[in-house]
Design a protein around this ligand. Structure first.
Ligand code: AMO
Length: 434
């Protein structure tokens, strides 16, 4: 039976004489009459020793039989002394991407243009193993808290997060749009009686700018829950979720974090997450201006990317974790569905992690009359949102929720400099392939 690279050492310790292993040729080194082949499979790298020249090209898919032997110098502490080597699929010799190279020295465009090959690089695939753990931990934590997983349509009739950034889609004889978020649907499903829901799905933003923090299609980790009084309960829930995600990544992805160690890959400890500061928008502005003044920086009037960075630097210094929750955003900065705290402030929050906003959320307006009154101030005609509004008309509990950007969280855990690296097939203004 086929064994994986990571299990070869155990096979060697058991003295197994006929081991069978399959994978891609990652590297070949010839030393006199002996070839050392590094084979790569989904579990990692392993050394094969062949007592002749290797006639196959890099990235060919091979199948090897042989004897497992301990060797401290080999990756993983063992090697396979090959008795039979077969090629399952021969790779053309003109590889357009150096799969076994150092991707931190490779240009982003080349990594993305050659996605099918760049994903074979262990550091690149590590990004998506970490991402899978994030999704799994997010979902597991919510299921344990009695949330129901939902999947909502991505074809919608209008915007939710500020009307302009929408991709139009031809839909038979009319125009519809790609959903900017599942906002209205998740609220509807709370009101439907499910009470607690979560969704992991793509969200679309037709933003024209090209920045290291924006994608036109990103994965949103969304949740919504009924019967809350304020955003503070949501912040506590997000701390629980983040602590769980970090714990699981530390446990399951230690080797993947190691591959990005030079970029600063790490996860905060759970205790640190629970101690992360919660500060108001006004306090955050004060902190950001204080930090900016120390560096002779410009005055900051809003929680912009500079402010996000400064607040995280401050949080790291003060509490040992570069995570902070900023609440009580002014009305003018939040969408129509946000619940007011008073005439100026709202029960909303952002989570800032390692210098970037990873989450937005808050309590929602659930009062029908109040929501009707607010809509025109956002340039929205109530008639255009009848389905959504009917949830408030016919009995909706106080509720709220938030969304975490998957790629931003992944990038910040691993120390990636551009969020596109954390998207399998990123979409930006120019890129729609591969
Ligand atoms: P918001 O628009 O702030 O809120 O998005 C929530 C989180 O999603 C991520 N994000 C993005 N990531 C990459 N590229 C983008 N263009 C992009 N836009 C957003 C960020 C951000 O913090 N409906 C609300 C959430 C809620 O209140 O429940 C919403 O979508 O990490």
């Amino acid at each position: 039976m086929r064994i994986l690279a990571k299990n070869l050492k155990a096979a060697a310790e058991r003295g197994e004489k006929d081991v069978f292993i399959c994978g891609w040729i990652h590297r070949i080194r010839e030393l006199g009459a002996v070839s050392f082949i590094v084979l790569r499979d989904r579990s990692g790298l392993v050394q094969l020793v062949l007592d002749k020249k290797c006639e196959f090209t890099l990235e060919s898919v091979i199948m090897a039989h042989g004897e497992a032997a301990l060797n401290e110098k080999a990756p993983g502490g063992a090697e396979l002394r090959v008795t039979q080597l077969d090629c399952l699929s021969r790779a053309a010799p003109d590889l357009p991407f150096q799969v076994n190279g150092d991707v931190t020295r490779t240009g982003l465009e080349s990594i993305l243009d050659q996605r099918a090959l760049s994903l074979r690089n262990p550091a690149v695939s590590a990004i998506f193993r970490v991402q899978a753990t994030i999704i799994e931990a997010f979902s597991a934590c919510l299921r344990e808290n009695d949330f129901t997983e939902i999947k909502t349509s991505k074809l919608v009739s209008g915007g939710t997060e500020g009307g302009t950034n929408l991709f139009a889609v031809e839909y038979f004889d009319r125009k519809v749009y790609l959903a900017q978020s599942p906002q209205c649907y998740k609220q509807m499903l709370v009101a439907s009686g499910l009470e607690r829901v979560f969704e992991v799905a793509p969200a679309y933003r037709a933003e024209k700018h090209d920045t290291p923090r924006h994608l036109n299609e990103y994965v949103s980790l969304d949740l919504e829950m009924g019967f809350i009084e304020s955003e503070k309960e949501l912040i506590e829930l997000e701390k629980e979720i983040l602590a769980r995600i970090f714990e699981e990544v530390a446990r399951k992805n230690a080797a993947d974090l190691e591959l990005w160690a030079k970029s600063g890959a790490s996860v905060p400890k759970a205790e640190a997450v629970f101690n992360a500061p919660v500060i108001s928008y006004e306090q955050a502005l004060g902190i950001a201006n204080g930090e900016s003044a120390k560096k002779n920086g410009a005055r900051i009037f809003d929680i912009n990317p500079d402010a996000e960075r400064y607040v995280c630097e401050w949080a790291l210094r003060e509490t040992g974790v570069d995570l902070a929750f900023v609440n009580e955003f002014p009305r003018r900065h939040r969408p129509f569905y946000t619940y007011p705290l008073d005439s100026v402030r709202t029960m909303s929050f952002d989570a800032l992690f390692r210098g970037i906003e990873i989450t937005s959320g808050g309590r929602r307006q659930h009062d029908y009359a109040a929501q009707l009154e607010v809509l025109p101030h956002f340039g929205i005609k109530p008639e255009s949102m009848e389905d959504y509004l009917s949830i408030f008309k016919y009995g909706c509990p106080p509720h709220g929720g938030f969304a975490i950007g998957l790629e931003r969280l992944t990038a910040k855990i691993l120390g990636l400099s551009n969020v596109k690296e954390a998207s399998l097939f990123p979409r930006d203004r120019r890129r729609v392939t591969p």
